[in-house]
Design a protein around this ligand. Structure first.
Ligand SMILES: [Zn+2]
Ligand SMILES: [Zn+2]
Length: 353
């Protein structure tokens, strides 16, 4: 490879992000170098940018929802060629810790995670460490799938874990709270899983209308009506079987709990700001036997399932993209992200022509 420097957005701590030239990482045995063609701007990255995170070790390059082209291959790598289009998961789990052994890889005690403890994809090139290759999680992309579509495998994988933890299955009534990309993915997953009725709650009419096209049976704009009351009306006063809260806001989580029916599930899917707290009536959990849970990340199994759904276009992700920016426009992208009125999923194209 002739390129020796690359442009990358280096994160130094809350509100300290610099786009500059850095050396292209050396590729060793068992590793590959990927030219990043598209990377999703994840709400988590924006939260880290503004508020920091105890699990992120700066200086580091953020960005973990990416797809690109293989441009360099280290020794002892098989099954890959220069020019291959690939998608790589955000994390490589260790496979040895207790959580990995019991099948909860998403809770791995020693993961390698792009943008957390290894450099991520807000850069022209990203080095893929050996563990990703040895664990067999480099996914080839067919020619007809665009790089921007492929960036959705990770959020779809997290969503699969999220709706499963919420008990979404055939015949159930499902409430998804939040009309962002995650909510719109989960509406589609609930439809695929055979849910009987799907209610999406949000704050933006155009996103709610899009959700209807993507499979929501009912949409509720929480600015115009009381969502708890509406959900109870739509479920014959019983409450829903499954509630997924994709918004990390305490009051919204409390509302979500009030929407669940007897024997129902409520899943906290979205992360909240540090120090957040909620108030719950324990009797609601006790007498209704509500399963109140959380979900975070995905297992490799969820990831592979998500990959299939995206490449077979069983989930429409294209419709969720509202903006695309170059890497040099990352700050504009972050500003756009905060303007929720106008934005849905934002894609960064570090090497976009
Ligand atoms: Zn993400
Ligand atoms: Zn592990």
């Amino acid at each position: 490879m002739l390129v020796v420097v690359l442009k990358a957005a280096i994160y130094y701590g809350p509100k300290q992000l610099e786009i500059k030239d850095v050396d292209v990482p050396k590729v060793g045995e068992g590793e590959i170098l990927v030219k990043v063609r598209a990377v999703g701007l994840c709400p988590t990255d924006v939260r880290i940018y503004f508020f920091g995170s105890s699990s992120v070790k700066p200086p580091i390059i953020l960005g973990h929802e990416f797809a690109g082209e293989v441009v360099e291959i280290g020794g002892k790598v098989s099954g890959l060629e220069i020019g291959d289009k690939v998608n790589v998961p955000a994390d490589a789990f260790c496979g040895r810790c207790k959580m990995c052994r019991i099948g909860c890889e998403n809770l791995c005690e020693d993961p390698l995670s792009f943008g957390y403890n290894i450099d991520g994809a807000y850069a022209e090139y990203v080095k893929i460490p050996k563990r990703f290759l040895s664990r067999g999680v480099i996914f080839h992309l067919p020619d007809n799938i665009s790089f921007e579509e492929a960036t959705f495998v990770e959020p779809v994988a997290c969503s699969i874990n999220g709706v499963r933890k919420a008990g979404v299955e055939a015949g159930k009534s499902v409430v998804i709270i939040g009309d962002g990309p995650m909510g719109l993915i989960q509406v589609q997953l609930s439809r695929l899983f055979g849910a009987d009725s799907i209610i999406l709650i949000g704050l933006h009419d155009w996103k709610l209308q899009l959700a209807k096209k993507l499979g929501a049976d009912y949409i509720i704009n929480a600015l115009h009506s009381d969502p708890v009351e509406e959900v109870l009306n739509l479920t014959d006063g019983r409450g829903a079987d499954s509630v997924v809260v994709t918004i990390g806001v305490p009051e919204v989580i409390e509302q979500g709990l009030k929407m669940a029916g007897k024997n129902g599930f409520v899943n906290i899917f979205g992360g909240s700001r540090k120090g957040s707290a909620i108030t719950i009536d324990p009797n609601v959990l006790h007498y209704y036997e509500i399963c109140f849970t959380g979900s975070s990340g995905y297992t490799f199994n969820d990831y592979e399932f998500a990959y299939k759904l995206v490449v077979k276009r069983k989930i429409n992700v294209k419709k969720l993209i509202s903006h695309k920016f170059k890497l040099s426009e990352l700050f504009d992208a972050i500003n756009q992200f905060q303007n929720k009125e106008k934005s849905l999923k934002i894609i960064i194209e570090p090497t976009g022509e």
